[in-house]
Ligand binder design. Structure first.
Ligand code: UDX
Length: 450
């Protein structure tokens, strides 16, 4: 594409959280590779580092968030606040971009994260088509529809939210796997679900998912809505992209991995938002130590309630695991999962982490915290059967047993085989003729037709 004239521009608006910035910038790199110019409009809060993405133009808008709003653990409320505070700044920014166009019609459309729905009214008023990018899976979207119905019927809140009862519309999901978040008050959660489900006047939806894992959900969704759904994942495998980490990646762990035997290391990370307490950390630490398996553990600053990360690790633990444990604050996760030494992933099942694990054929130990993670964990363990679900209160004995089961037992071997099979299937989806390959081609034609 280099050297050719790029005549159309797409405005991308991520939601300012790590699990949303990564896939949006990956989408930007893909669309750039297809001949489109890209402008990323982002908030000041958690603004992505533009230096790793020289082909994309970055523009910041003021969000006027207070320190209290930023530091609150309730990110659902933060999403609502961001949508209130960003609507006018975004409208001003988009108006300016329209005035500055090299030629009328240069800007083809706005693609916004489903959590950044403040974009749609401005795009509509400026007569620009808009497209929604959903960075999670389709099944969670369908389940949220069921939640809204049950709430309207007065059946939510459930008398027992931890019930093992199967949901009638979405087996094998149980009531306890539904994507609730316990940080936000119920009204706030449902307000957000309503806002996010509202497609407004947007013309299409993009998902970072693929037929090999979600074909029936994609078909179901497509039957429910009138606008096209493009499942184009796994997007991080379509074109190479530089890191968009908000925290500094500790590359030393790669050298540590180089010294480990193939498939021996369990990689542990709970993503960018989930947090835990000191008691759980102690159970996790001793479970890992007692499994005798080497491990690479991301203990993110702020991820342990009420304490700075490393100090919260139990006494004697570091000495015990000195020669077989590596602890970092943030890792180059995609590279870690692709390393031959990594044989398992203890994960919170954020959608990006799950897709990244599938793409490397790494089986998972699922420890979901909230929202879509709970749905994904159930699918990983009971539908795609490429992982084990750690349920109940975290217990060192259970963790030790599960790590062994996944990494060394016969059951783990079968799970690993399925993970390897999914890896091949995911790659086929984006290879010429594959479902995501076709979907992406259609998406690009769709955008260029505006
Ligand atoms: C959030 C929600 O928690 C998740 O459920 C939702 O699907 C997306 O938004 P997050 O918790 O950050 O995301 O998890 P995830 O979706 O897995 O995204 C984390 C990203 O950070 C991944 O792309 C992962 O590769 C990256 N990461 C994580 C690193 O680069 N280094 C790390 O040490 C940990």
């Amino acid at each position: 594409m280099e050297g050719q004239q790029r005549s159309r521009r797409v405005i991308l608006v991520p939601s300012p959280f790590q699990g949303h910035i990564n896939p949006m910038l990956q989408l930007g790199a893909i669309l750039y590779s297809k001949g489109l110019c890209i402008t990323v409009v982002h908030t000041q809060y958690n603004s992505a580092d533009a230096s790793g993405h020289p082909h994309l133009q970055f523009i910041s808008i003021p969000d006027n968030l207070s320190d209290d709003e930023i530091s609150s653990p309730d990110k659902t409320t933060l999403v609502l606040i961001l949508n209130q505070k960003c609507e006018i700044p975004f409208r001003e920014c988009l108006t300016q971009l329209m005035q500055d166009q090299a030629t009328p019609g240069e800007i083809a459309c706005v693609i916004y994260d489903e959590l950044s729905y403040f974009c749609e009214p401005a795009a509509h008023d400026l007569r620009l088509p808009s497209v929604i990018f959903r960075t999670s899976n389709v099944i969670t979207f369908l389940v949220r529809g069921t939640m809204l119905r049950l709430r309207a019927e007065g059946r939510i809140p459930f008398s027992d939210p931890m019930s093992e009862e199967l949901t009638p519309e979405h087996p094998p999901l149980r009531i306890k796997d539904m994507p609730f978040s316990y940080f936000a008050p119920f009204e706030v959660l449902f307000e957000m679900i309503n806002n996010v489900r509202n497609m407004r006047r947007s013309l299409a939806i993009i998902y970072n998912t693929m037929n090999c894992i979600e074909e029936s959900s994609i078909t179901k969704l497509q039957q429910k809505i009138q606008i096209p759904v493009f499942g184009i994942g796994p997007i991080h495998k379509v074109v190479p992209t530089s890191s968009s980490s908000l925290l500094e990646e500790d590359a030393n762990c790669m050298q540590w991995l180089d010294k480990q035997t193939p498939n021996s290391v369990i990689y542990v990370s709970l993503g960018s938002m989930a947090s835990t307490n000191e008691k759980e950390i102690a159970e996790m630490a001793w479970g890992l130590a007692n499994s005798k398996q080497p491990f690479l553990w991301v203990v993110r600053p702020g991820s342990i309630q009420g304490s700075e990360c490393i100090e919260a690790l139990p006494e004697g633990f570091k000495e015990e695991v000195e020669d077989r444990g590596c602890i970092v604050k943030w890792a180059p996760q995609k590279e870690v999962l692709a390393h031959k030494a990594v044989g398992g992933f203890l994960s919170h099942c954020g959608w990006n982490s799950t897709i990244e694990s599938i793409c490397e054929g790494v089986p998972m130990l699922c420890r979901p915290c909230f929202g879509d993670q709970k749905v994904t964990a159930r699918y990983v363990s009971h539908v795609w059967k490429m992982g084990l679900h750690l349920e109940n209160e975290l217990d060192r004995k259970e963790l030790e047993k599960s790590v062994r089961m996944l990494m060394t037992d016969k059951e783990g071997e079968e799970i690993r085989e399925r993970a390897m099979k999914l890896k091949v299937e995911a790659q086929l989806c984006i290879t010429e003729g594959g479902s995501s390959y076709r979907s992406l081609k259609e998406l690009v034609e769709f955008i260029k037709s505006f």
